[in-house]
Design a protein around this ligand. Structure first.
Ligand code: NAD
Length: 476
């Protein structure tokens, strides 16, 4: 069921083979090897760069209508293949099949959105100071792009970058995660089958630092887009400085959740108990730090712990699984580090707290209370199934705690009052705020962070403009 993982360079698929460096790809549910990840050689990286540069002028000059047709056909093919694609994603990433299918649907809708929105790259006519002068703005694709995607959303993050770049008229080289590469291979396959001209998109794989250094150093690359951790994002920005390349950085989050005393309690409980453990908490906009009004905290912690304890942990391919394994063993080690810190500070583990079994990266859904703001769970992004909960008394205190970290990606508030909703909307320092909802990511809305969560946007018209320059034309 798991396909051969191949590179895709200049319209050719290249599998692992004799004499080529490679590494195993593991199933996080049982530790078994799924396949081999072929590493692109330096020559192949250079070939990808040459192909992307060579294909750029003709893709740039291809009509938006024609580009749109190829992207729509790609979406159609992915939709036809969705059941097999969902299995592949669950095998390599671990999330339950229903979540994999949901992610593929989102990725497909991104291709559809970009197919349409690429036809609406409008310029402006700006009134000038003289009748003999016209000012126009036009948008042009920035050029060949190098984009880097992580393992938590193996189809969604590649779709966001590749579909937007192609819709804007850019060519693209993607380095997908070495741990979850097959979903990205399947996106390349659909683009290929949809008739994308060779050289417009390439997929390269290998040692992340070696690949990114070679690609970003190339003068032909004009734009770098990365989703992943803040330290790696900073590193890639430094690499981008020499050529003054444009960057989009979607980095770590550490989302605060404020549950006000006037919240619709049942709605908040159901939304958060479900949302927190989606993809085992390995989501950059996952609700991470919980601040609950002191009048509700005892009830909330008891109820949410009960719901967390009832979640069925298992292989994502089994139909009764609510939460799959963590995507790699580093995350299990990280959960143990967060909990050791919590326990050293007398945090109270209400449910969970342990890894499960010896095979696979399973870790129990966990709820912890009794911690101060200096605990690791309140200062660093946990990126896993641990829910730390602390009380607050006043609105100012809640906002101060919510904003007390370096990250600023998403923030959430649950309240019935306009006043608290407005406070949350205005004062939570994040790129996205959800009031009474966790739904802050869709193909048509901008997605991006502030502070150390990065800069730039994906999704919406902003996501397309990430791959466009604005040119002023003055006509006299
Ligand atoms: P990591 O920082 O080593 O890797 C994160 C991603 O960056 C991986 O996909 C990796 O392939 C890529 N990467 C690493 N070094 C790179 C380089 N030099 N050039 C190009 N790409 C490179 O750590 P990790 O253990 O995979 O994840 C740790 C933390 O990363 C998590 O705790 C989380 O905070 C963050 N993370 C965030 C997201 C997100 O969606 N924003 C996704 C994955 C991980």
């Amino acid at each position: 069921m798991y396909p051969t993982v191949e590179l895709y360079v200049d319209g050719r698929f290249i599998p692992a083979g004799k004499g080529r460096a490679s590494e195993p790809i593991y199933n996080p549910a049982n530790g078994q090897v799924l396949s081999e990840l072929p590493h692109a050689s330096k020559a192949e990286l250079d070939e990808a760069l040459v192909a992307a540069a060579r294909a750029f002028p003709s893709w740039r000059d291809t009509s938006p209508l024609e580009r749109s047709g190829i992207l729509r056909k790609t979406a159609e093919l992915l939709r036809e293949r969705i059941d097999a694609l969902s299995e592949i994603m669950t095998l390599e990433q671990g999330k339950p099949l229903a979540e994999s299918k949901g992610e593929w649907n989102h990725a497909i809708e991104i291709f559809e959105w970009c197919a349409e929105e690429g036809r609406r790259v409008y310029g402006r006519v700006i009134p000038s100071r003289s009748l003999a002068l016209d000012h126009l703005t036009v948008h042009e694709p920035v050029g060949p792009c190098a984009v880097f995607t992580p393992w938590n959303f193996p189809a969604l993050t590649p779709a966001r970058k590749v579909a937007a770049a192609l819709a804007a008229g850019c060519t693209v080289i993607i380095k997908a995660s070495e741990e979850t590469p097959a979903s990205a291979v399947e996106i390349m396959r659909a683009l290929h089958d949809a008739g994308l001209p060779k050289g417009c998109a390439q997929l390269v794989l290998g040692v992340p630092s070696a690949v990114s250094e070679r690609l970003i150093a190339s003068p032909s690359i004009r734009k770098v887009s990365f989703t992943g951790s803040t330290p790696v994002g900073k590193h890639l920005m430094k690499l981008s400085i020499d050529g003054l390349k444009r960057t989009t950085m979607e980095l770590g989050g550490n989302a605060p959740v404020i549950i006000f005393d006037d919240a619709d309690y049942d709605h908040a409980l159901a939304t958060l108990a479900g949302g927190k453990f989606r993809n085992a908490g390995q989501v950059c906009i996952s609700p991470a730090r919980y601040f609950v009004h002191e009048s509700l905290i005892d009830r909330f912690t008891t109820d949410v712990a009960q719901r967390a304890a009832a979640l069925r942990l298992g292989d994502g391919r089994e139909s009764d699984t609510n939460m799959g394994p963590l995507a790699n063993s580093r995350r299990v080690d990280a959960m143990e580090r967060f909990l050791a810190d919590a326990e050293s500070r007398d945090g109270k583990v209400l449910t969970g707290g342990k890894r499960v079994g010896n095979a696979g990266n399973f870790f129990e859904p966990t709820v912890v209370t009794g911690l101060n703001q200096d605990a690791l769970l309140f200062s660093e992004e946990c990126f896993g199934p641990i829910m730390p909960i602390a009380p607050f008394a006043t609105v100012d205190e809640a906002i101060e705690k919510a904003n007390a970290v370096a990250a600023g990606l998403a923030g959430y508030a649950f309240t019935r009052s306009v006043e608290n909703a407005r406070t949350a909307m205005r004062r939570i320092k994040t790129g996205m705020v959800g009031v009474n909802t966790l739904a802050v990511s869709s193909p048509e809305t901008p997605f991006g962070g502030v502070k150390e969560s990065g800069h730039g946007y994906e999704g919406g018209i902003e996501g397309l403009h990430a791959y466009l320059d604005t040119k002023l034309v003055s006509l006299s």
